[in-house]
Design a protein around this ligand. Structure first.
Ligand code: TRP
Ligand code: SF4
Length: 439
């Protein structure tokens, strides 16, 4: 099985997907988040890679960033809001935020010129994003094609992968245009660039995305590791050690690592410059991640990047109002952020529910909120109180509430949200310059 980030396939079985690709379940971490936002509490964010490192940063008040991006094409629907909900949550905890307009990907994968993509971004996406509550003090929005450090990092990152790997991950064909082939590498650079010195240097970064983006995350974590000067690990012969991968300053790097290891209390050290190795015979595997991070500043001092592997969170996609996938190109499936309240209310009233075939039947057996696109609206976006949500759930399954009444309630919430959002958009349009950076 292969995940294609450019297809519009709907994922069904998230648990299977998680197991197949080695994505970690998010659920055990929820209780460790301070005031978890509703999409965390409710299992909408179902998986992650490397998020423990971000949790550690949150716990120790250490600086971290949240990074995401979007391809400006087609109208935005409320499903797209989930990423911004997460950005806002992490900035509320102190993170700074980077949002990349993927205008190179727009060209490669959607044949939209970078200029046109930037226009679409400014007119629609950026306005919506700001209206969704981004914090101007913490958040910068930039364009892939215009941010030189990103493009530079993309070129050198390209050195750490090859055609064979790219084809295996993405299924590229002989006829695939090279801009599309290169666009995942630009995304790698998007994700890694907050760790460049000019953006504050190495730090934990979390990337909230849909699971369709996981191939890019895997590629990024691989390339981040490949660019490290140090590799701290248990060697094949079972001996833990620090191994230098850089092709310069090898003795210095080993000496510096030796100092750090001594400082951590390791005594049985054996340095073998010819193997570019410092063996740590009294270290335990659990000690290694800590040592690894202590080596990062040294790596930077000698001209390396010292990237901390970026973390990701994966959220479920919303079911469309018709029961199929919520899709920008099918108006009846989606609530667009720019729908009029009236249009949206109409869509909600004619949406697919988990109701029974008849009123009598539903009074007897109750409805199925798990299979209901209206209930999903409550869960993902429109009801913040867990008690209130539980009440709706119980009334539904107990046959105490019928779908007509329930839809009416959902429609009014959606209508109110959109009415309010239209005002927020007008305000947001005046504030674009506070967020957008052209370099
Ligand atoms: N590929 C992403 C999408 O299709 C957009 C994107 C570009 C992105 N750069 C990114 C997402 C960096 C997360 C992080 O939506
Ligand atoms: Fe869905 Fe509400 Fe009907 Fe239950 S009562 S199936 S939650 S619309």
């Amino acid at each position: 099985m292969r995940i294609d980030p450019w297809s519009s396939a709907q994922f069904q079985d998230y648990a299977r997907l998680r197991d197949e690709f080695g994505i970690e379940p998010f659920e055990p971490l929820v209780a460790k988040l301070p005031h978890p936002a509703r999409i965390f509490r409710r299992g909408v964010v179902f998986g992650h890679r490397g998020f423990q490192r971000v949790l550690d940063a949150i716990e120790h008040n250490e600086h971290f960033s949240v990074m995401t991006g979007f391809v400006p094409s087609g109208p935005m629907h409320i499903g797209h809001k989930m990423v911004i909900d997460q950005v806002n949550y992490f900035t509320s905890l102190g993170a700074d935020a980077y949002i990349g307009v993927a205008d190179i990907e727009a060209l490669g994968a959607r044949h939209i010129s970078t200029n046109r993509a930037d226009e679409i971004a400014l007119e629609h996406y950026i306005t919506n994003y700001i209206a969704l509550g981004l914090d101007a003090k913490k958040c910068q929005i930039y364009f892939q094609s215009k941010r030189k450090p990103v493009m530079d990092l993309a070129y050198v990152s390209a050195h750490e992968t090859n055609w064979n790997e790219m084809r295996a991950i993405y299924g590229f064909e002989d006829s695939t245009n090279m801009c599309k082939v290169f666009s995942p590498i630009v995304q790698v650079a998007d994700i890694l660039h907050p760790q460049l010195e000019r953006y504050g240097g190495p730090k934990p970064v979390v990337v909230p995305v849909g699971v369709d983006q996981d191939p890019h995350i895997r590629l990024t974590r691989g390339i981040a590791f490949a660019q490290r000067y140090y590799n701290v690990m248990v060697a094949k012969d079972g001996r833990p050690g620090v191994f230098v991968k850089a092709d310069h300053s090898i003795e210095e790097l080993l000496n510096e690592a030796e100092n750090v290891a001594r400082g951590m209390g390791f005594k049985k050290l054996k340095k073998i410059p010819a193997y570019k190795a410092l063996y740590l015979d009294d270290a335990k595997p659990d000690d290694l991640p800590k040592l690894d991070e202590k080596l990062i500043p040294i790596e930077v001092k000698y001209g390396g990047y010292g990237f901390i592997p970026p973390a990701s969170t994966y959220h479920r996609f919303m079911t469309g109002l018709t029961g199929e996938k919520m899709s920008s190109s099918k108006p009846e499936t989606a609530i667009y952020l720019t729908d009029t309240p009236k249009d949206a209310e109409k869509k909600v009233r004619s949406s697919k529910t988990g109701g029974a075939v008849s009123v009598e039947e539903q009074r007897k057996t109750g409805g199925k909120p798990e299979a209901c696109s209206v209930y999903e609206l409550f869960v993902y976006h429109f009801i913040d109180s867990d008690e209130e949500l539980a009440e709706i759930y119980n009334k539904c399954t107990g046959g105490k509430m019928l779908c007509g009444e329930c839809k009416q309630f959902a429609a009014s919430l959606v209508g109110k949200f959109l009415e309010d959002f239209a005002h927020k958009r007008e305000e947001a349009k005046k504030r674009i310059d506070e967020f957008v950076r052209y370099d």
